[in-house]
Ligand binder design. Structure first.
Ligand code: ACM
Ligand code: ZN
Length: 522
């Protein structure tokens, strides 16, 4: 039996029939994305596969589009004497078939017994969120994350590009955003400046790289909170035109985008216009999380907007703000998504067309049921267990394995699952990989395999082969022992994390609020 991750829906092996052996000179149908398995075969087995149209000759891996396959992303594999047939309705399915074939080749050293596989995903949205706002990750780093996502049959890169600690995407209309807003003077780890940004050409390069690997890209422009880097460049975006520096430390900031001034909307729409040009996948994440309303409560413009629109309070103002931005995106043929992180009290005032990445509210069954009735799309990004920046002591591998995946009992009510990599305390790829793997393997099974997979036991059973696969890519994963920590390690890692969460930034926020209150009284 093969130990494929994520587990295929159906797999039959027949040892009494002849199987397939990889040779130098084996041909493969000439799709651009087969370059990946060609280099895999060369590196692992020293066999040179050749791209070639099927000429009916033997020793071929034949990829074929097949309308009769039901699922858009599904595929079938038949490994028989001298030939492998991969059929799928779309190129995406062919691509996923090749990911499975790679694991079969690896586990048999290139000599696959007669096998038939039928496979398709449980959820159509299978994502990974990469926060490049706190720490900047180079183009090469992002591509590596994308490669590893593809290996797990994930299909959405949710790319968090704007933050208090750094603005990462070049916007031609507002050059300061990257000239100034992409750099912070120091970080929580040391006293050196840190920053970086992606030029529009680099963004296009990464989007194309993702598309070659059948991954859509949802950029995140986080508004109205998490805007300190932008405010540091253009103070008029905040309620009191405050002169701030790009944030250095983590912590929920109290200066957010003013929702009372027309100029704020102008800024947002102009930025969106450029994002739309860069990101063709027709959906943009507009944040919405951790937007503390302290400044809005004091701001004459925000208060005027509340009055003029007959709103109850600042929460309603945020609902109106998000809804207006969603309407703008819809007018351009785009959809939007936002976090349901904080308690959303008055979601009836929020457009139901905005999909939610549900991270903090997964337990609020009533809210979930109501929003489903209103037609809202929901993605399971619940912080337990899908925040992979949390230490293994908080989100153990076992917890990921045992998460049901769906937000309700009915799978059709969940759009999909997304793993989260916030990087407040993840300064480099080494740490990112340690935290992501092996949890991503279990997450991918929740997202792709049939309901009920994985169990902790089935995942542990497959772990050796999974680690061998990760070794091919030199992934710096956590061992099973580290991913399933003992009582002592669990609490030690939790303390380490908490120590970093509670720091003097809280005190700084209090002093800063007093300053704003004084200014508002003037
Ligand atoms: C979040 O964790 N700020 C969505
Ligand atoms: Zn305001």
């Amino acid at each position: 039996m093969f130990n494929i991750i994520p587990q295929p829906v159906n797999m039959i092996i027949n040892q009494s029939k002849k199987g397939f052996t990889l040779h130098t000179g084996t041909t493969i149908s000439p799709y651009p994305f087969v370059a990946d398995i060609i280099s895999f075969a060369k590196k692992q087995f020293g066999k040179k596969i050749i791209m070639h149209e099927d000429t009916g000759e033997e020793r071929s891996i034949i990829l074929k589009l097949d309308e009769s396959i039901e699922h858009d992303e599904g595929y079938t594999i038949k490994c028989e004497n001298r030939r492998v047939f991969i059929n799928a309705k779309t190129e995406n399915g062919l691509f996923y078939g090749l990911q499975t074939l790679k694991q079969m080749l690896l586990q048999t050293e290139g000599k696959i017994p007669y096998t038939e596989i039928t496979d398709y995903p449980r959820f159509s949205y299978r994502g990974y969120m990469l926060d490049c706002g706190r720490y900047f990750y180079s183009v090469e780093d992002v591509k590596r994350v994308v490669d590893l996502m593809a290996l797990h049959k994930l299909n959405v890169l949710h790319w968090h590009l704007t933050e208090d600690q750094g603005w990462r995407v070049e916007i031609k209309k507002y050059p300061l955003l990257t000239e100034k807003g992409s750099m912070r003077s120091h970080t929580n780890f040391n006293h050196k400046p840190h920053g970086g940004y992606y030029t529009q050409d680099q963004i296009k390069e990464i989007v194309a790289y993702c598309h070659e690997r059948k991954i859509k890209v949802i950029p995140e422009f986080d508004i109205p909170g998490h805007m300190v880097a932008a405010i540091s460049c253009y103070p008029e975006l905040s309620c009191f035109a405050r002169n701030l520096e790009v944030a250095t430390h983590w912590g929920v900031k109290h200066d957010i985008l003013c929702a009372g001034k027309e100029t704020s909307y102008e800024f947002v729409y102009n930025v969106l216009d450029e994002l739309i040009e860069l990101f063709p996948d027709k959906i943009i994440h507009i944040g919405g999380d951790e937007a503390v309303k302290m400044r809005w409560e004091l701001c004459p413009d925000c208060q005027k907007a509340i009055k003029e629109n007959g709103l109850r309070d600042e929460n309603d103002l945020q609902m109106l703000f998000m809804t207006k931005v969603d309407e703008y995106l819809k007018s351009k043929g785009y959809a939007s998504a936002m976090w349901s992180y904080d308690k959303i009290e008055n979601s009836q005032n929020l457009s139901p067309d905005i999909a939610w990445t549900v991270c903090g509210m997964g337990d609020d069954k009533e809210l979930i049921e109501n929003e489903l009735k209103r037609g809202r799309k929901l993605i399971n990004t619940h912080c337990y267990p899908y925040y992979f920046d949390f230490p293994y002591g908080w989100n153990t591998l076992k917890m990921v394995c045992e998460d049901g995946g769906a937000l309700t009992d009915d799978d059709t009510e969940t759009w999909g699952i997304e793993a989260q990599m916030w990087t407040e305390y993840v300064p480099n790829m080494k740490r990112l990989e340690f935290l992501t793997f092996p949890r991503l393997g279990a997450m991918a099974e929740n997202a792709w395999a049939e309901k009920g997979y994985p169990s902790f036991a089935t995942f542990l059973h497959k772990a050796n082969d999974y680690y061998k696969l990760l070794d091919v890519y030199k992934v710096k994963y956590a061992s099973i022992k580290k991913a399933c920590p003992s009582f002592i390690y669990k609490h030690a890692s939790s303390l380490w994390f908490k120590r970093r969460v509670f720091h003097w930034q809280g005190l700084y926020n209090l002093i800063d609020d007093a300053k704003v209150k004084k200014q508002a009284k003037k």
